[in-house]
Design a protein around this ligand. Structure first.
Ligand code: HAM
Length: 429
């Protein structure tokens, strides 16, 4: 009989890898707690209408990526209801916020979630049909301070702190403002006008987007269309005074807390609910993600709650692609590992410097990559330095020099062995 396998685009997470998942989630929980976030868990499936209204009918997610079915139901009341596996969690959180009247207390709500999301995408490394997000939303009535630029900066500073605490290297924060709902509408109209005479020169996808959702043309990667896209009107010229001021405040707050960012005028993001600040954190290709290098994305929204039938509740949030974060951490760990030198020669005291250097020279001639200490370190210091630089350490003390038997420490295995000088090069490979 044929063996059954996990469905394309889904995968099993197994030990020991799940340890890393747990470490990432525990770190996220600890960081979120320091910033006053509480956990929310919403259902994995919701009424289809929630995403159609919340995320937007014209987005890629709603138009082609959702897992939707008509429920067979057991009672007449729910038979035939259209249900959808959540493709993202913001709409669900805002629905819960409205349903439980969480805004009534007038307090700012800071909510985080960790869980699987579902999109029918073409699977590839870093892109799955069931993937995990670690996300958060900060929302509340306007008088709770939910509109403040400080909240945007706080969320971004928290993300920088989280990525640093996890040890993600080389991340880059791209920032933009897409303005208010009316700014966006004016800008979309301007884009549509600018695209009308040239869109026939563009790829099929962009021809369609030029009509249905011209903002989406901006994040097109189609190489042939870049010249046209670069010449399109810029959102910055369509921001009203209040949005300009808000964006200026976000940037100033980030500057004062030392979070580096790059303003990217084309960053509009693929969901319809964004207003004002939008952002994305990426990692360089070295993260092993290739083009799927957006680790996380998010932004501010105003109007989403009303679109779902709720009271005014501006907010800001983000979602980290946990699968991508894990791939990045693994790739970066492997990179540092492979970059390590073969051995660190540690002379125990200045008197052994000559012997250490001659040994290093011998091993280098044998084709090994060798770093050599200078005898001024103490053993513990030498150990730490050697561990960072090399896979193994060779101790050169008086005894070793006279006996010709050297002590080799293997950092990964945590073992110490005695090796004769003749066999040393082979033992270090
Ligand atoms: P999003 O940009 O659609 O935003 O997704 C956020 C992150 O989820 C992406 O940057 C990526 O790392 C990850 N992701 C998305 N699709 C996949 C996939 N198929 N496989 C693996 N990872 C994926 C949102 O979902 C918004 N709800 C974020 C937000 C929260 N905005 C405001 N609040």
């Amino acid at each position: 009989m044929a063996i059954l396998k996990a469905v394309r685009g889904t995968r099993d997470l197994l030990p020991p890898e799940t340890e890393l998942w747990n470490r990432v989630e525990a770190t996220a929980r600890a960081v979120f707690a320091r910033y006053g976030f509480g956990e929310i868990r919403t259902p994995v499936f919701e009424a289809t209408e929630l995403f159609a209204r919340g995320v937007g009918e014209e987005t890629d997610i709603v138009s082609k990526e959702m897992y939707t079915w008509e429920d067979r139901g057991r009672a007449d009341s729910d038979r035939g209801q259209s249900l959808t596996l959540r493709p993202e969690n913001t709409a669900g959180v805002v629905r819960a916020y409205i349903e439980h009247k969480m805004g009534d207390a007038g307090m700012l709500q800071k909510l985080f979630y960790i869980g699987p999301q579902f999109r029918r995408e073409r699977p590839q490394r870093g892109r799955y049909r069931q993937f995990w997000q670690i996300g958060a939303e900060v929302l509340g009535p306007a008088w709770s301070g939910s509109e403040s630029a400080l909240r945007d900066a706080e969320v971004l500073e928290m993300l920088a702190a989280l990525l640093n605490e996890l040890g993600v290297k080389g991340w880059r924060l791209a920032l933009n403002s897409v303005g208010s709902v009316t700014d966006r509408a004016r800008y979309s109209a301007a884009l549509r006008d600018a695209l009308a005479p040239v869109k026939h020169l563009m790829c099929e996808d962009n021809q369609r987007r030029a009509e249905t959702n011209p903002l989406r043309v901006l994040d097109s990667k189609d190489p042939g269309d870049q010249e046209i896209i670069n010449g399109l009107p810029k959102i910055a010229d369509y921001l009203d005074e209040a949005s300009q001021e808000h964006f200026a405040q976000v940037k100033a707050a980030l500057n004062s807390c030392g979070v580096e960012y790059v303003v990217e005028p084309r960053l509009v993001r693929g969901l319809d609910y964004y207003t004002r600040t939008t952002f994305e954190f990426t990692v360089p290709d070295g993260g092993g993600l290739g083009t799927q290098n957006a680790l996380l994305g998010g932004g501010r929204y105003d109007g989403l709650s009303e679109m779902l039938g709720g009271p005014k509740a501006p907010g800001i949030g983000f979602a980290i692609g946990e699968d991508r974060l894990i791939l990045t951490l693994q790739a970066q760990a492997a990179e540092t590992e492979t970059k390590k030198m073969d051995a660190f020669i540690a002379p125990m005291g200045v008197g052994q410097n000559g012997a250490a250097l001659s040994l290093a020279s011998e091993l280098r001639r044998a084709g090994l990559s060798i770093e050599v200490g200078d005898g001024s370190f103490r053993l513990k210091k030498s150990f730490e330095a050697a561990d960072k630089l090399a896979r193994k350490m060779v101790i050169v003390g008086e005894d070793e020099v006279s006996s010709g038997i050297l002590t080799v420490k293997d950092f990964a295995a945590g073992e110490q062995t005695k090796v004769s000088r003749a066999e040393l090069a082979a033992a270090l490979r």
